[in-house]
Design a binder for this molecule. Structure first.
Ligand code: ADP
Length: 271
């Protein structure tokens, strides 16, 4: 069965800087690159690299950036990506010498994304409008994974229809004390790995492999892609989180947002 990803497609303008600027500060960047990104597109690409049959539903502008986004999605069914009368989404990303980053996203065409009419297994993030997220989740008949990024307070009625919720520490701070999700909440902790809070009340920490980070952009997307691929393969939530941590660690050793591993690379990292 095809996994549907409902989410964003952006062009990332990535500037390397010696250190992230403080408010009011101007500094010189060392390089700039325009790369295809967006959480929806990155996670769909991560899943395709792992051999999952995946279709992306979203929207891009009828412009060169939109063409760049679509051309970057080898192995992903993009027939559900509409070309609309708004500029393609744009992310301004600064990455410092320690691999730390700041990101500003301008949604553009992503604000005009629409929910698919029919959905089986679903992966969705929050870079498309919340009503599109809600409708997609309501229509899904299979596994529902919500990566609640960027951070937004979410209605309990939406959380109750989600099997697995994936958040980072900042996003976790906006969740209710006990989010009513069906299987569990996975919170990513950067270099420390992730923690699984299962619906049965158990908490399990999963350590991230120790690596030398060069660029943490894309770590979360690689994590989510590998976690969802493992869930679709029938692994339990803790084992799927182990796959996510291995993929996230591989991603931070490589530049750019499309840094997720292939199935073979992930298999050898998992040992
Ligand atoms: P986000 O980028 O969405 O904020 P995190 O920073 O928590 O997410 O990273 C997602 C996952 O990527 C982590 O759970 C971890 O598995 C992996 N990861 C991130 N940074 C590192 C790092 N420095 N070393 C090893 N793994 C990392």
């Amino acid at each position: 069965m095809t996994l549907t990803v409902v989410g964003s497609l952006n062009v990332d303008v990535v500037v390397r800087v010696p250190a992230l600027p403080r408010p009011g500060e101007t500094l010189l960047g060392t390089s700039v690159a325009r790369l295809a990104g967006g959480k929806g597109a990155n996670q769909a690409a991560a899943l395709a690299a792992l051999g999952v049959q995946v279709a992306l539903v979203g929207a891009v502008g009828d412009d060169a950036d939109g063409a760049l986004c679509l051309a970057s999605l080898d192995g992903v069914d993009v027939s559900g990506v509409r070309r609309v009368a708004a500029p393609t989404g744009l992310a301004l990303i600064e990455v410092d010498d320690a691999g730390e980053n700041t990101i500003v996203v301008v949604p553009g065409a992503n604000a005009l994304a629409e929910a698919p009419a029919v959905v089986g297994d679903l992966l969705v993030q929050l870079e498309v409008p919340l009503d599109v997220v809600t409708l997609s989740v309501e229509r899904a008949t299979g596994l529902v994974v919500l990566n609640a990024a960027p951070a937004v307070a979410l209605p309990v009625s939406l959380l109750a229809r989600v099997d697995v919720l994936v958040v980072n520490e900042g996003e976790a701070a906006l969740l209710p004390a006990e989010p009513p999700v069906r299987r569990g909440v996975v919170t990513t902790l950067g270099a420390r790995g992730a923690v699984v809070a299962a619906a049965d009340g158990s908490h399990t920490e999963v350590r991230a492999p120790v690596v030398r980070a060069v660029d943490t952009v894309g770590a979360g997307d690689a994590f989510v892609g590998a976690l969802v691929a493992a869930l679709l393969d029938g692994h339990d939530l803790v084992e799927a989180t182990r796959h996510g941590c291995a993929a996230g660690a591989l991603a931070v050793t490589r530049p750019g947002a499309r840094s997720a591993p292939t199935r073979d690379e992930l298999a050898s990292a998992l040992g």
